[in-house]
Structure formats: C-alpha cells, structure tokens
Design a protein around this ligand. Structure first.
Ligand code: F6R
Length: 600
C-alpha cells in the first residue's frame, strides 16, 4: 500500500528518495512521485506505473538537499499521474504526500474549499489546499499545518514541504505507519525502516496524533497541542541482504525456499535454556485465564488462524473462534465472559485488524499480536507480542510468514497445554525439525511442481482446491495464492461441500487440486475426487506418504498429522508460482494488490 520517504541533509536527495521508493515497491502501488526543494523552490516529478518510469522523467540536473517521495495505491481516484502524489496547493507554496484515508474529505471540501479549483480526485489534495487556505487567513505554515490536522478524520501519515522554508520537513501521523530515521548530518522519514536502511538504521517510532518538525540537525516530536515529546531511537535489526533478491528471479521463490530455515530459527528462538519450548509466562497465563480465544486476521493470516484454532483446541483444549478482521468490527459475535484476542498479522499494520484491536482494548480485553514486524502498530498496541522471526517478507503473496505463523501457533498451543498439565504425546521440537527437513525435500522438487502447474493450470480459467478438516484450510490458502498471483479464478472448498452447489461449475478439464494428508478423511476426500472426476474434472491429488495411491500427482513426506499444513502448502505455493510464471504475470507485485493494507 502507499509508502512515504523523505530526506533532509547535505546530499542530493533525488537518488536517496528514488532508492527508498524502490524499497517500498513491495508494498504494492500504481503510481509514484517525488518533490525536491532547493533555494529555487520545489519541483515535482510524478508518473503512473513503476518507479522505473518515474526515474525516466526526473530531471538529473536538479540538485536539492531536501525532498519527499511517495508510492500510491489508489483509493480516491483512479491510478493516474494527476492523482499521484506529491500534491501541491494552488499557490505552489505547499507540497505534500499522504498515506491513509481522510474520511471527511468531502465535508471539508464543501465547508472550506468551495472556491478552490482542485486538480485531482484525491482526498489528499484537500489537506494541502486547506493548509494554503489557513496560511492565507494569516496563520504561519506550522500553525496552518496543526490547524488542518485537527480537522482531519481518518488515517494519515503526512510529509509536507513549504517552499518558503527549505530547512524543514513537516510530518504527522494518525493510524497510518510512519517513522523518522536519524543520521549525523541528515534526517529521514519513511513508512518502514527498510526504505531508508541505505542511509541509517536508527529510527524513532511515531505515535498517533503526533507531529514532527524535521530539520537536518534535529527531529522535534510534539503532540498536536505543541507539547514536546522525547523518545529514544531504536536500531532497526534488518540485514540489508535480507531485503535483496540475491540470485533468485523473484522474492516469492526466495521466500518459499527460506521456509526450512525459518522453521529452524523459530525452534531456536522459542527454546529455553533446557531446550524446552518456552513463551513469556504472562502470555501463558493470559491463555489460561481465557474461557475462549478469538483469533482476528485477514487473508493468508486468517488462513493460518484457522489452522491455529485446530492446534489450540486439540492440544491446549481452549475453545477458539477465528474471525476475518474486516467483518468482526461491524458484526461482533456475542463474546464470552473472559475472552483473549489473538491478532495474526505478518506486517502488524493491517488497518482492518488494527480497528478491531482498538475497539477490544476499549472494551478492556487483553490482546496478543503474532507478527513478523517488531515495533509494528499491532505489536505496540497489544498487551503481548510473539514474533515470527521470518525475516522481511517482500513478495506481496505471503509464503514464509504463513508457515511461521502456523509454527508459532503450534508452540503457543504446546506451551499452554503443558502449563495445564495436558499430555501431548509427541515432542514438538522434534516434530518441527522433521517438518523443516520435509520442507527442504519439497523445495528441492521444483521441477515436479513446474510440471504440475503446466499440466493442470497453463490454460484453465478456473481451479478448485478441496480438502477436509485441516486440509480444507490449506486448500483455502492454496486458492488464494493461485488467484492473487496468476489471476486464475481459484476457490477452496470443503470436499463434501462441492456437491451442494459448486459441482455445477465442473466442466471437462476443470482442475481440482485435492489434498489428502489426513488418515481419518482419506477415503472420503478420495470419494469427493471421484465425484468430480466422473463429471470431467482433471484431479491433481497431493497426498502424504503412507496415505498415497497410484493416482496421486505428488506425495509429500510424512510429518505429524497436525503439522501437515506446514508442508502441504509448499506444493501449492510453488504450483501457483509456476502457473503465474507461465502466464507471464508479475509474480512479486500482482495487479491491484498491496503488501501492507493500511486502509480499512
Ligand atoms: C496474501 C496476503 C494477504 C495478507 C493480508 C493480511 O498472500 O499476503 O492476504 O495475508 O493482507 O496481511 P497481514 O498478515 O500483514 O495482516
């Protein structure tokens, strides 16, 4: 989703901004722009399409030590050069980039800007025109900025340039993520630390309703009322090589291959001194104090939550409900007396999940966030955090974060079960070790998955994923992976459910990808495959060793039955990857999608 960068210092800002925007490309965007400021004023360059297109139009001869940049993921107004940020006030004095959504922009437009000719369809332009208006009424730039912010309803991360003051970037944040990065002779602004890791690893988090006056020497954080805030910086523990593709053609493939390593890292991070798995005692107590757990998440993280429910109910014997975050806020079920909320989010910034977190905290409930990003909004605002330790996930399609989420949920269930004196019947450290080895075998079988993709998916318009029990949940994830990156219409179904309607869609050759990793439902899922095959479908069965038959297309190595999602998903990730490649899709940056969905 939209990304912001800003630089103020002694170096030429163009290249720093463009490089920063390239690092934010993974978030998903449809246009981009930069504004640079020197003694001659502000120059804006913006373009629909990729950063590479923007690079082509930036005037190499302009030298400026201050600048801001933006990648836009359209919400108000189509993707176009006019709607791309930065936006300028009609006087040309103010130039601004914004992430988030201004909910009352239409009201503000009618109330204050009747006579102002707006250039774009965006909610953002309202902000910059309002600042101009208030300056014309006699306020200083800083006063006008503050006054404008008090009128805004919704979410924003903003960086603002004033052509009459080339020593300052004005910054503000509410709900949308934004950081300030510190350097010796410069300071920067960024939606995430990755963007500006090229110049600094020292960052200061910003809280909602704060504004920051950034100069090259100083970063002054204040409340909207002007009270000064002091906050220590933290070191962003990111390795620049973690965010490079290396020799891989795509981040997605690299991240799929990283999964065995991530499993081993998770085991190591959650092992205590005696090699037993361990979790912060406060979290275990919160689990034990709860009479019901509510897992809240979106997309792939929601799918991981469905698997997590199985673990927590079967291993720790606590009832669990799993909810889609964008629905939960408006359609809240009757809560139990002592609920515990678990938010699962790779980015820790998903606005739909955050909205639920804010309301359950207001209701006085405890919340745990499981996330890949330390210091992310969902992590900061929950009572407890469990980290995924998966390393940055850059490809829009989530892969290693999904398996990391499932592994961490299994550890949470195991540690809670043990604290309740429940017997597991297996050693989770060993079982996760076996999973890591099995993942390696699968990652080494890419050619087979490429063949499956070309045999089943090269020309199809649609595909169905079926499974029963835990395989059904993995099927949902397989379908999401396939549709988001290859644009093949794909749906996941419970094996027994197809004949209640969806079987009407089966035509000659329709691919059915069936998962058969669970002994208790092996015969019934195979029965469902026969039903669709009898109607012309083209079944591709992925089974587990010990349950296989001759008709299966691929047999995954044997692992603990509960943990099969950790490995049965890898064939589905790789099949989706190759299907997208065959169709010449942009694997890492699928159309219309954003990595970090920071608007509700
Ligand atoms: C799909 C995908 C999305 C995310 C969803 C939630 O591959 O990545 O469905 O899972 O947008 O994002 P997080 O986990 O960051 O809250």
């Amino acid at each position: 989703m939209c990304g912001i960068v800003g630089y103020i210092g002694n170096q030429d800002s163009k290249e720093i901004l463009l490089k920063g925007l390239e690092k934010l490309e993974y978030r998903g965007y449809d246009s981009a722009g930069i504004a640079v400021m020197n003694d001659n004023g502000v120059q804006v360059f913006k373009e629909k399409g990729r950063i590479a297109d923007l690079r082509n139009i930036v005037d190499e001869d302009v030298m400026a030590n201050t600048g801001i940049g933006h990648t836009r993921w359209a919400t108000h107004g189509v993707p176009s050069t006019v709607n791309a940020h930065p936006h300028q006030s009609n006087s040309g004095r103010f130039t601004l980039v914004h992430n988030g959504v201004i909910e009352n922009y239409d009201i503000l437009k009618r109330e204050y800007l009747q006579g102002v000719a707006l250039k774009s369809d965006t909610d953002t332009e309202i902000i910059v025109q309002l600042i101009d208006l208030f300056v014309n009424e006699g306020f200083t730039a800083e006063e006008a900025f503050r006054k404008t912010l008090t009128h805004l309803k919704g979410s924003y991360a903003i960086a603002l340039l004033d052509a009459e003051n080339n020593e300052t970037i004005f910054v503000a944040k509410n709900k949308s993520p934004l950081l300030v990065g510190l350097g010796e002779t410069f300071n920067v602004v960024a939606s995430d630390a990755m963007a500006m890791l090229q110049v600094t690893d020292q960052y200061v988090e910003l809280m909602d309703k704060e504004i920051v006056i950034v100069t090259k020497e100083e970063v002054k954080i204040q409340t909207l009322n002007g009270e000064e805030i002091s906050r220590d910086p933290y070191t962003a523990e990111l390795d620049a090589s973690d965010i490079e593709k290396g020799t891989y053609p795509h981040y997605m493939l690299k991240e799929i291959d990283e999964q065995p390593l991530v499993m081993r890292k998770i085991i190591q991070k959650y092992q205590g001194d005696n090699e037993e798995l361990t979790i912060d005692q406060e979290i275990v107590e919160a689990m034990n104090n709860a009479d019901r757990i509510y897992i809240i998440a979106a997309g792939t993280s929601y799918h991981a939550g469905l698997v997590g429910k199985q673990f927590i109910e079967k291993i720790a014997e606590i009832p669990v409900e799993v909810h889609i975050s964008s629905e939960f806020g408006y359609n809240m079920p009757l809560l139990s007396k002592k609920p515990l909320f678990i938010f699962i989010s790779q980015s820790g910034e998903t606005a739909d999940s955050r909205a639920v977190l804010v309301s359950v905290k207001e209701m006085g409930h405890k919340a745990l966030t499981i996330t890949n990003v330390p210091g992310s909004t969902l992590s900061r605002e929950a009572d407890y955090t469990l980290l995924l330790h998966a390393g940055p996930e850059i490809a829009v399609a989530s892969t290693k974060a999904y398996t990391a989420q499932i592994a961490v949920l299994s550890i949470l269930a195991e540690v809670t079960a043990k604290s309740r004196g429940l017997e597991l019947g297996f050693n989770l450290v060993q079982e996760l070790g076996i999973v890591a080895n099995a993942m390696e075998v699968l990652c080494d079988s890419k050619e087979e998955f490429e063949d499956i993709a070309s045999k089943f998916l090269s020309t199809t318009r649609n595909a169905f994923f079926i499974g029963r029990g835990i395989d059904f949940y993995v099927g949902l994830e397989g379908a999401l992976k396939l549709k988001e990156i290859s644009y093949i219409q794909a749906e996941g179904f419970a094996g027994g459910e197809l004949k209640h309607g969806t079987i009407a869609l089966i035509e000659n050759g329709t691919p059915i990808i069936a998962l058969a990793t669970q002994e208790s439902v092996n015969l019934s899922i195979r029965g469902n495959v026969k039903e669709v095959a009898a109607r012309g479908a083209n079944p591709c069965i992925i089974s587990m060793k010990g349950l296989e038959t001759e008709e299966d297309s691929f047999i995954i190595p044997e692992v603990n039955e509960l943990l099969t999602p950790l490995i049965s998903v890898i064939p589905l990730q790789l099949i989706s990857y190759y299907a997208a490649l065959h169709r010449e899709c942009d694997v890492d940056k699928p159309r219309n999608l954003a990595k970090s969905v920071t608007v509700e």
